[in-house]
Write a protein that binds this ligand. Structure first.
Ligand SMILES: [Zn+2]
Ligand SMILES: [Zn+2]
Length: 134
């Protein structure tokens, strides 16, 4: 029974993340979940999210002032890196992952790569223009 209920909660988290297709903080996820499951505890959500991370179904990002955000993976083998604007905090996708070739080279050396992170931040086009005007 316990397993079944956890699965349902995970499905709900996944469907919330799928609907938005942008990184969501735990508070945003929580706000959406309580609508469906009013009695759910935040610790339960954390537990489900940890397990989704282990299943490789979602990605974790440290954005803004190091707040943690989660985003659903479109494909288990595909992942996206984000570029963040320091000013308006808007999030953009990096067109592709530049690391794969490097990873393959390392794996040929026998190194097993489990994870990598890239974080790029700066100014978006709109904010850059505002800075130039000043
Ligand atoms: Zn901006
Ligand atoms: Zn990558």
């Amino acid at each position: 029974m316990e397993v079944q209920r956890n699965t349902k909660q995970k499905q709900l988290i996944l469907s919330i993340l799928k609907k938005t297709d942008r990184p969501m903080s735990i508070n945003e996820i929580y706000a959406d979940i309580v609508v469906e499951l009013p009695k759910i505890a935040k610790s339960t959500i954390y537990r489900n999210i940890d397990s989704l991370l282990q299943q490789n179904l979602i990605d974790k990002y440290h954005l803004k002032d190091n707040e943690i955000f989660y985003r659903i993976k479109a494909d288990r083998n595909e992942h996206k890196h984000l570029v963040i604007c320091d000013d308006c905090k808007k999030v953009f996708d990096l067109p592709s992952c530049p690391i794969h070739a490097l990873e393959n080279a390392m794996e040929e050396e026998g190194f097993i790569i489990r994870n990598h992170q890239i974080q790029i931040n700066g100014l978006c086009k709109t904010c850059a223009r505002k800075h130039q005007i000043k």
